[in-house]
Write a new protein. Structure first.
Length: 325
């Protein structure tokens, strides 16, 4: 994405482009680097970002917004292109009201931003999770085990659903659908009675039991007020083991999903988003996000993109339940 912005911005528009290290923290602190053609050479097959990231929220400190405005002025910026998910772009939308011209680019593996069919990073995360599930099938079948796989997904179960469907999971648990552990165990017993002595259960990190309780790694929250999740798969594993007697093991993929080489789809989508973002900035647009709709890259109001999370379509989840148990 950064490569596309710089390539077109420099070669076609003659713009000078800089980047801020570590997300909004870099804008607050003025931690800026030049982004010229040499700086972005070779980025296409690389995952992650050369700029780094952080969970800093300028609106969480007394002088955060003022320091952002000071940086924009001191660097003589015509526009900021913000790359990220609901939190990063939520800040971008609020800064727009402070007079900063912002263009958003949807980058989150959770795929939970509204107004775009897909975010870049999602396809790579799903492929990584699917590859892991494929490998776990071997162990599960060889040792007659239930393998519980935890993937990322705080409020939206897109990764769990897509990787579970692609990987042939026998149960998929997502935040949008509170689960009944008794029903989960019944499905696994049903498989065992059919002679299927192994199962794969895919769990999103934000999945919750029907009674509304949630197992979390700890009670800490980040600067955006989100509880740090992780560990629900351990609870599910213990419950399955104690209720069924099946040999049950857990694998938590966690940040493995965020790294590695991006898929071809994500490389192309990121490139298209980058070109659209620099075009929008050059045109004088503001408080907008580039998005994928019906195969085309369009501009949408940034407020619409961050106003409501895009969660899993119930009809798609019902389709997946055809293959449960």
């Amino acid at each position: 994405m950064i490569r596309a912005v710089v390539r077109k911005g420099v070669t076609e528009y003659g713009h000078t482009i800089v980047g801020f290290r570590h997300g909004w923290r870099g804008v607050i602190e003025g931690d800026v680097i030049d982004l010229d053609l040499d700086a972005v050479r070779g980025l296409l097959p690389r995952g992650g970002t050369i700029l780094g990231s952080s969970r800093t929220n300028p609106f969480n400190s007394d002088d955060g917004v003022a320091r952002v405005l000071a940086t924009v002025e001191s660097e003589h910026l015509d526009a900021l292109i913000a790359i990220g998910g609901e939190d990063t772009l939520g800040v971008a939308h609020r800064l727009g009201a402070e007079g900063v011209r912002l263009i958003g680019v949807p980058k989150t593996i959770d795929n939970d931003l509204s107004s775009t069919e897909v975010t870049f990073g999602f396809d790579t995360a799903v492929q990584t999770a699917t590859d892991a599930i494929d490998r776990l099938h071997t162990t599960a079948e060889s040792h007659d085990r239930v393998m519980v796989v935890e993937v990322m997904g705080r409020h939206a179960g897109w990764i769990a659903l897509h990787s579970g469907l692609a990987g042939g999971a026998d149960v998929i648990l997502i935040p949008e659908r509170p689960f009944d552990i008794d029903q989960v165990c019944d499905r696994l017993r049903h498989r065992s009675k059919r002679g299927e002595n192994f199962s794969i259960v895919v769990v999103a990190e934000g999945a919750v039991p029907a009674e509304g309780t949630m197992t979390v790694a700890n009670g800490a929250v980040d600067e955006f007020g989100h509880v740090q999740l992780g560990g629900v798969a351990n609870w599910v594993t213990d419950e399955i083991k104690s209720r069924t007697g099946f040999d049950t093991r857990v694998t938590i993929l966690g940040h493995v999903l965020r790294g590695g080489t991006p898929t071809a789809f994500d490389r192309v989508l990121a490139t298209r988003f980058g070109i659209a973002a620099i075009d929008a900035a050059h045109d004088g647009a503001g408080d907008e996000m580039v998005a994928l709709q019906c195969g085309q890259i369009v501009r949408v109001p940034l407020g619409d993109a961050v106003g409501t999370l895009k969660t899993v379509d119930p009809a798609l989840y019902e389709l997946a339940t055809t293959f449960f148990g």
